[in-house]
Design a protein around this ligand. Structure first.
Ligand SMILES: C[S@@+](CC[C@H](N)C(=O)[O-])C[C@H]1O[C@@H](n2cnc3c(N)ncnc32)[C@H](O)[C@@H]1O
Length: 228
């Protein structure tokens, strides 16, 4: 789907010390800490390069980070070495978690990772999250309402320091959006799965009951669920 090019082009999800990554941490931190009242075992699902895993380790949580990308996990491991961190990073698929039932106090699914998963896939992820969470465990999902955002994006919009959006193609049943990014010397396409606030709520209802919700800005949310 071209996500590798996207992550290479923008530091928001790949460079922990960048302004954009730090901004995400600072925005989410107070909400995470407020909800995660007791320390315990955390699964940082689709952890990327692990910025949120390190944050929670600093607050006393025992953290496992899992991501399907070996590039992301390699970078997370290299940050971990630098920081002498004890976070365990694993390569794995969120749709098929390599953990026993009822082992985590918290599962985090942050940074709009939902955009990687088609509806049947996200259904499998949520089912797995429910399985690995302890009885009173919490599932924290942070995502962008792409259903609301996509119609507002205009071609020509500048993204980051050198790219602009050149084209957006929405598929017939409006499940995915193919976005073409261009710069003076580069071009790539990424296919985002369009999840909206309503569709996340509907899917979550099968497995979880809502505990709380924060609207972080016009388009992004942090939702907290407990398993049914
Ligand atoms: C937008 S990044 C978010 C990373 C991190 N949660 C953060 O907030 O910085 C989405 C991540 O989902 C990972 N991912 C995509 N499909 C996955 C899957 N099936 N299982 C686990 N991780 C996956 C990608 O490799 C990527 O690192």
């Amino acid at each position: 789907m071209g996500f590798e090019d996207y992550y290479k082009a923008f530091p928001t999800y790949t460079d922990v010390v960048s302004k954009d990554y730090q901004k995400r941490i600072q925005e989410l931190k107070p909400h995470l800490i407020r909800v995660m009242k007791n320390t315990g075992k955390v699964l940082d699902l689709a952890c990327g390069v692990g910025g949120f895993s390190f944050l929670l380790e600093d607050y006393g949580f025992e953290v496992i980070g899992l991501d399907i990308s070996d590039i992301m996990i390699k970078k997370a491991l290299s940050y971990a070495r630098e920081k002498h961190s004890r976070v365990k990073f694993l390569i794995g698929d969120a749709k098929e978690l390599p953990f026993d039932n009822n082992v985590f106090d918290y599962v985090l699914f942050l940074g709009n990772s939902t955009a990687h998963f088609l509806p049947n896939e996200l259904n499998r992820v949520f089912k797995e999250v429910k399985r690995v969470l302890k009885k009173d465990g919490l599932f924290l999902v942070n995502f962008i309402d792409m259903r609301a955002l996509i119609p507002r994006i205009r071609t020509g919009t500048v993204v980051g320091e050198k790219y602009w959006i050149n084209r957006i193609i929405i598929d017939e049943d409006e499940k995915t959006a193919l976005v073409e990014y261009k710069s003076e010397d580069d071009r790539f396409e990424v296919k985002f799965v369009i999840w909206g606030n309503t569709s996340i709520n509907l899917l979550a209802k099968f497995y979880f009951r809502p505990v709380s919700e924060v609207k972080l800005d016009e388009f992004s949310y942090l939702k907290v669920y407990q398993k049914k």
